[in-house]
Design a protein around this ligand. Structure first.
Ligand SMILES: Nc1ncnc2c1ncn2[C@@H]1O[C@H](COP(=O)(O)OP(=O)(O)OP(=O)(O)O)[C@@H](O)[C@H]1O
Ligand SMILES: [Mg+2]
Length: 426
């Protein structure tokens, strides 16, 4: 039997296999182990493209449809629905299956053998505060994996997988808060790690607590876009005919990766044309019309994401909007970005506090009487959004005595899942 560890991420995905007894990530995207979680349906061609190829096809202007952030659909009502590819009705689950099936196929090509077992990563919560919907999301993913040809499907929490990966790098026992801040979710675990126990399958007694929430980098993109870019497209501008502003729902959908495609239909186009004729700031509404007419939503979102990533290193930058209007850009600053995400960051802090409390560790990282656990020695931060300075500051402030460490920001979950696959399936 051959087994794989599969990290199907909101923004990026990876799959690892066991080769000659050792876990190794498969190069599934032009030599790279990390594949953007994207699929592009070219309306001229029969076969969809995946990963970087999908993004390049979309950016170079092929007529078709790009889909990203598909994982967030698993935790939403959309998972039971269909979507339209031009005139064809396709269930979202079929599209998810295409991505997972393609990853499996590419990993098998690398391994040179069929893979029949998989350890799938999953966030601690696909859905916040709704156990039934959460179970439904996992059941749906199980079904998709089985349909893709995996006879044995197991799950592991992403922050436990990241802990497995981090554990391979330590020399002595420690207690760690593992924080995996990704594109769609923030996931935490408090774990006791030891080089002596890293090959054991049964580690339940070392997992002191897990927690998580549906909040990640795509939310940061949305909030930055609403703060800095959407006003340039007319958010907040008033209408001439009524004492109302431009409808904010349009901007909310345009700023959020998974809902951008909802705007590409004849009804929305008609509505935006009417709004453009009625807007008191026509220069701005004309830009919105351009974006809808030319289907530039994902291009704009990519520019926003790019500026957000640059703000990790810089205090100020700009979102290039020249694809919408020659010479147009929207300035962004680190401090305005921090303010835009502040509310979400306090939700994140609350989730970490609750996870630590569950583990019997107080917010200062000291052992409490309730549970005789050790103090937290390390915060291991992984996931792309773990690079956001405000996120790191928040984590460091919650556990001032712990050492902040990071590893492979985009691949530790996949590495840990592959370790898990080796241990569970041999
Ligand atoms: N240097 C950076 N600074 C800030 N954010 C970044 C940086 N690099 C990547 N990101 C963000 O990290 C996110 C992707 O991280 P990652 O690949 O860990 O997510 P994922 O595993 O796909 O998502 P999830 O685990 O939530 O399903 C994106 O939102 C991306 O914009
Ligand atoms: Mg992830």
């Amino acid at each position: 039997m051959h087994a794989a560890g599969l990290d199907f991420g909101t923004s990026n995905s990876a799959i690892g296999v066991i080769r000659d007894g050792a876990p190794v990530l498969a190069p599934i995207d032009g030599g790279s182990a990390m594949m953007p979680s994207a699929i592009f349906f070219d309306f001229e061609e029969e076969r969809p493209s995946f990963g970087r190829e999908a993004i390049n096809a979309y950016v170079s202007g092929h007529d078709g449809r790009l889909m990203r952030s598909l994982k967030s659909i698993l935790g939403s009502r959309l998972v039971k629905e269909d979507t339209f590819l031009r005139t064809r009705r396709v269930p979202f689950t079929t599209i998810l299956g295409l991505v997972i099936g393609e990853m499996k196929k590419r990993a098998e090509e690398f391994l040179g053998a069929p893979i029949d077992a998989v350890v799938h990563g999953r966030p601690v919560h696909f859905v916040d505060g709704d156990a039934a919907a959460d179970r439904f999301a996992e059941d749906t993913l199980t079904q998709i994996a089985e349909d893709a040809g995996f006879a044995h499907v197991a799950f592991a929490y992403e922050p436990i997988a990241a802990a497995r990966a981090y554990e391979r790098t330590i020399a002595r026992e420690e207690t760690a808060l593992i924080a995996d801040i990704g594109g769609g979710t923030s996931d935490f675990s408090v774990v006791r790690l030891s080089p002596d126990r890293r090959d054991q399958a049964e580690r339940a007694s070392d997992i002191l607590a897990t927690g998580g929430l549906r909040l990640g980098g795509t939310d940061f993109d949305r909030l930055l876009s609403l703060d800095a870019v959407m006003p340039v497209f007319g958010l907040g501008a008033s209408l001439k005919s009524k004492r109302l502003p431009m409808p904010s729902i349009l901007y909310a959908e345009l700023a959020h990766w998974p809902s951008i495609n909802n705007l590409y239909n004849a009804r929305t186009l008609r509505e935006v044309r009417e709004l453009d004729a009625d807007c008191r700031e026509p220069q701005k509404s004309r830009r919105l019309l351009q974006v809808i007419e030319k289907r530039l939503g994902h291009r704009v979102a990519m520019e926003v994401e790019g500026a957000k990533i640059r703000l990790t290193e810089r205090e100020s930058d700009a979102v290039d909007l020249s694809l919408v209007e020659a010479g147009l850009s929207a300035p962004v600053t680190r401090s305005a970005f921090d303010a835009a995400i502040a509310e979400e960051l306090s939700r994140m802090a609350q989730c970490v506090r609750e996870t630590l409390a569950k583990a019997g560790v107080n917010a200062a990282g000291q052992k409490t009487l309730r549970l005789n656990s050790q103090k937290v020695d390390t915060i291991f931060v992984t996931g792309g959004s773990g690079l956001v300075p405000a996120v790191r500051q928040l984590l460091a402030a919650l556990l001032p005595h712990a050492v902040l460490r990071s590893g492979d920001d985009f691949l530790s979950v996949a590495k840990g899942l592959t370790e898990e696959a080796r241990i569970r399936f041999g």
